[in-house]
Design a protein around this ligand. Structure first.
Ligand code: GMT
Length: 378
């Protein structure tokens, strides 16, 4: 199949999933066209079947807001025609599903029919999309998609609760390429970050309020009072600076490393002992799954889709949102007994295998085939 993929190319789960999906589909013989405003961060282009097309938005002083949707829909029209793209898979409703619908209508005028598959990732529904300013457009774009998928049952329920949706929503969970996250304990350079007796705790996110960064710091503060430990903070966002200040106030700055955004997530996870994800909401929690696949147990909140990923008392522990005391207690329970830690590490890998790429990618292929078939019969 010739498939066009639209996503956010920056650091962030939806872009990562879209990129990994495109690469996996390319390996399975499909021709993939990424259509985005910059090259997705995890996109390796050394493959005959992978193409990247940049959407340019010419600046014009008259516009207070440059019209990205317009540029994207025009680019989609051009790319569908030029590369004979058969189906468009857009990740994130805003504004991708909206722009794809416009492209579809423009193409129809020329007798070309290209169906749209929209994947909902979470923030497009729970945090941004349900705002009254966006809601009518998001509802419309979802209902006008030819197929809709969501990354967890929880997100499907949220979507049906928050919007008036007439389409069926297929749950296709996020996935992991086990090969990429296979623990490589021999060369993971743990010694660079901590001494042998120190435990390494890690958090990876975009440092937005929803991630509850102060909770991450407080949990670590409680851990390091009891056992030697270091905290690895990976990512960028508005909560980073306040977090650095909080570490200073608590007197733990020398035990916390702020990496900023990193393309070496697998290496960082390789030397981690525990992953913290105390979010307010999370449709799935891809970073938790990536940690688990690397053999890192997860201490998380029990919100949204996280319980579908992190299994309580097996791959880690779940607590109520903001229950720092419970999360700290659970973290110490895992970390203070090496045998128990090893069991949790092994179980984290086992649970992550439920989301193996080879089980999930065929689900998307089936949806593409089904959508193309039903569109042909229209
Ligand atoms: O919140 C983020 O980390 C970014 C956001 C995004 O749009 O990339 O992540 C959302 O999609 C990910 C991939 O499906 C999910 O794993 C995240 O849970 C989800 N974030 C939220 O729901 C807050």
């Amino acid at each position: 199949m010739r498939i066009g993929i639209v996503c956010y190319p920056t650091f962030g789960g939806s872009g990562v999933v879209a990129t990994e999906l495109g690469l996996a589909l390319a390996k399975r013989g499909h021709q993939i066209h990424f259509i985005t405003y910059s090259q997705p961060v995890r996109l390796e282009l050394l493959n005959n079947n992978v193409h990247y097309h940049e959407v340019n938005v010419p600046e014009y002083p008259l516009f207070l807001y440059q019209p990205y949707e317009l540029a994207l829909s025009s680019k989609l029209v051009d790319m569908v025609k030029l590369h004979k793209i058969e189906i468009l898979h857009v990740h994130y409703a805003i504004p991708h599903a909206y722009a794809a619908y416009m492209a579809k209508k423009m193409l129809q005028e020329e007798g070309i029919y290209v169906p749209i598959v929209t994947t909902l990732h979470g923030t497009d529904i729970t945090l941004v999309g349900s705002h009254p300013y966006y809601k009518p457009a998001v509802t419309f774009s979802i209902n006008k998609s030819d197929a809709v998928t969501s990354v967890s049952n929880s997100l499907k329920e949220d979507t049906l609760r928050l919007f008036h949706i007439k389409k069926e929503i297929h749950v296709v969970p996020n996935f992991i390429d086990q090969k990429k996250y296979k623990p490589m304990f021999t060369d993971c350079q743990r010694a660079l970050m901590a001494t042998d007796n120190e435990k390494i705790i890690t958090h990876i996110s975009n440092f937005r309020e929803v991630k509850q960064i102060p909770d991450v710091i407080k949990i670590f503060y409680n851990i390091q009072k009891e056992i030697p430990a270091k905290l690895m903070m990976v990512g960028e966002g508005p909560e980073r600076e306040p977090a650095e200040r909080l570490c200073e106030t608590l007197g733990i700055s020398d035990k916390v490393v702020f990496f900023g955004n990193s393309n070496e997530i697998d290496k960082i996870l390789c030397f981690s002992d525990l992953f913290l994800l105390p979010s307010l909401t999370e449709s799935f929690g891809l970073s938790a799954l990536e940690a688990m696949a690397s053999g890192v147990p997860v201490i998380s909140s029990n919100t949204g889709g996280i319980p579908e990923v992190n299994e309580h008392a097996l791959s880690g522990y779940l607590s109520e949102i903001n229950d720092v005391a419970d999360m700290s207690k659970n973290a110490l329970h895992i970390l203070t007994d090496q045998e128990r830690l090893n069991t949790f590490k092994a179980n984290a890998i086992k649970v992550s295998k439920r989301f193996d790429i080879n089980q999930v990618v065929p689900q998307y292929e089936a949806i593409y085939e089904e959508t193309l078939k039903s569109c042909l019969t229209l």
